[in-house]
Design a protein around this ligand. Structure first.
Ligand code: ZN
Length: 579
């Protein structure tokens, strides 16, 4: 496969591939555009033809032609490979193997079954009437390829056989099953909702029973097949992904009807778990496009435990989770049918998960002691799962205000939180769930002087110039320990840093570029002394309070030195561009 990838890369340049999807403008050595992966007004998406890669300063999207097509088309690597091979006129020999053509046949089989079921629905008054009564329009029914299967033992299988598919293929696609000597269709007398993969191909069905006999499941899903991995497929994702990108959040609902009604009403960034338990894979699918998710929650829902599990799972994936509480036992589909504006309001009023939990607890429990016990058991685990300590501190503070207890007391219990294994292996592996209270900050934070200097070094590297003298100066200012971190992050982020340098300094002549570097280093030194100054002043206050004369005098000496240095730097900066 490597050779096909190489061939494709040789024949296609990134400018032409990306340019076929979005409009690129020239910007120095690079090209720029409004980022297709997040919503923005001014372009921060850069493409470098020299390096064959792209980078977005807004959302951090980066990669080569393969990742671009994967992200843009929402396909996996193989999918992108096929699209690009087509463009490049490269034949993928590996992909005409018997294995793949077997799989290709299953896709065709599913497509054929979907068309058959769609045709079946036409003129069937009862199932059609049911769908219309639930609020779906004829257009939605057609768009989502909803179908129907009569209550017969083998109607789908018989049709597929007449189209040349074998019994074995029909069973492998999850259409039929064998019990003893009998093979028959899994789906009988059901309204059929095709489930699509991210490229929009039908790969499974979810069937809703038409006449409830009290014995059969209301909804029946296809089993796991070669095409359908239920832990990785979200219903509606293929159509929602563009909107999720555009609005920068997704809405997660439970059932098919909820999803269809949401899309029909214009909430096109909605996806559904559709009867399967939410998994980390589902969430990472969403997270790739937007980190923000609103989860709808029916307050009278008997399945509240399952909902709470998904909340925790989303937090443990580092997602930004809001809860939209749907009133009075409605589900999203019913509420939209009643009045879509009300659903809009529910979404607008959605609040961050932990605020939601705290509000709920404080409105239900007035006794402070009981409230603390509730928070300790049912809310601290969620706080524990938060991504940063800044976030955790915010809630620790809030709880301490609600209960009027010391923050330290809450931190102690927060450290003792034990989690289910599936939730967060990374945190679980820390001894006794110890939380690192110090925020582990990056040296190369966005907008920092360190980062600007690192990008300059990256640019030197890419134009084959030796940046060693700059590195030496930086090391002297930062000190060995932080310099080590600087070096590591530089290596890790060399690609995006090169892009930054090009975007900021691309037009500078060699001389001016070197001058710019000197100026940056000067700024770094200034910042460094200012930080030390701040630290010393705090120490001085403390020493004065405790009347420690010796310390006061030594701090004062150092302070004087720093003031001197700062004044020198100020002068140097003032005269810098006059030289
Ligand atoms: Zn972007």
């Amino acid at each position: 496969m490597a050779s096909s990838v190489e061939q494709i890369k040789e024949r296609l340049n990134i400018e032409e591939v990306v340019g076929s999807y979005i409009k690129l403008e020239r910007a120095g050595n690079s090209l720029k555009a409004r980022c297709p992966f997040h919503n923005e007004k001014t372009p921060s998406f850069f493409v470098s033809p020299d390096r064959g890669s792209y980078y977005c300063f807004g959302c951090g999207a980066k990669g080569d032609i393969f990742t671009f097509v994967q992200e843009f088309e929402g396909v996996d690597f193989i999918g992108a490979l096929k699209i690009l091979a087509d463009k490049a006129g490269v034949t993928l020999e590996k992909f005409s193997s018997p294995e793949t053509s077997k799989k290709e046949r299953l896709y065709t089989l599913m497509e054929s079954a979907t068309l058959f079921l769609q045709k079946n629905l036409e003129g069937e008054e009862i199932p059609l009437g049911y769908l219309l009564k639930r609020g779906l329009t004829k257009e939605t029914i057609k768009n989502w390829k909803i179908g129907y299967v009569r209550d017969e033992w083998r109607s789908i299988s018989d049709y597929l056989k007449s189209k040349g598919f074998s019994d074995e293929e029909i069973e492998r696609a999850g259409i039929s099953k064998t019990e003893g000597k009998n093979t028959y269709d899994r789906f009988r007398g059901r309204i059929m909702f095709p489930i699509f993969d991210s490229a929009g191909r039908a790969i499974a069905f979810s069937g809703r029973i038409l006449h409830d006999d009290g014995q059969s499941a209301k909804y029946l899903n296809s089993p796991q097949t070669e095409l359908f991995d239920k832990s990785k497929i979200l219903y509606g994702f293929d159509r929602a992904k563009q909107s999720i990108r555009k609005f920068d959040f997704s809405i997660l609902v439970e059932g098919q009807m909820d999803l269809l009604m949401s899309h029909q009403a214009g909430f096109t960034n909605t996806v559904a778990s559709s009867g399967t338990a939410l998994t980390k894979e589902h969430l990472s699918l969403l997270k790739r496009i937007s980190n923000k998710v609103i989860m709808s929650f029916d307050s009278d829902n008997a399945g509240a435990k399952a909902a709470e599990r998904s909340w925790a799972l989303a937090l443990s994936c580092g997602m930004d989770v809001k809860i939209a509480e749907i009133p009075n036992g409605f589900d999203p589909a019913d509420l939209i049918l009643k009045n879509k504006e009300e659903f809009k309001t529910v979404l607008k009023n959605s609040i961050f998960l932990i605020d939601f939990l705290l509000n709920r607890a404080t409105s239900q429990i007035t006794d402070k002691k009981k409230l603390w016990s509730e928070i300790k058991t049912n809310i601290l685990p969620y706080i524990f799962l938060l991504d940063s300590n800044t976030e955790r501190s915010r809630y620790v503070k809030k709880i301490s205000e609600i209960l009027n207890i010391k923050e330290d007391f809450i931190w102690d219990d927060l450290k003792k939180v034990k989690l289910d294994e599936e939730l967060n292996p990374e945190i679980k592996n820390q001894e006794d769930g110890e939380i690192e209270r110090q925020i582990n900050q990056d040296v190369l934070k966005k907008g920092s002087i360190e980062r600007s200097i690192a990008s300059v070094i990256a640019k030197k590297h890419s134009s084959k110039k030796d940046p060693q003298n700059i590195k030496d100066k930086i090391q002297k200012i930062l000190g060995d320990e932080i310099y080590q971190k600087f070096e590591n992050e530089l290596k890790e982020k060399i690609d995006e840093l090169s892009f930054e340098a090009e975007a900021y300094y691309g037009n500078l002549s060699e001389d001016n570029f070197d001058k710019e570097i000197e100026y940056l280093i000067l700024n770094l030194r200034e910042e460094h002394f200012k930080k030390e100054l701040e630290k010393l002043l705090t120490e001085l206050k403390l020493a004065e309070k405790e009347k420690q004369a010796e310390i006061i005098s030594s701090i004062s000496i150092r302070l004087k030195e720093i003031m001197q240095k700062l004044s020198e730097i100020k002068n140097e900066k003032h005269n810098f561009y006059k030289k």
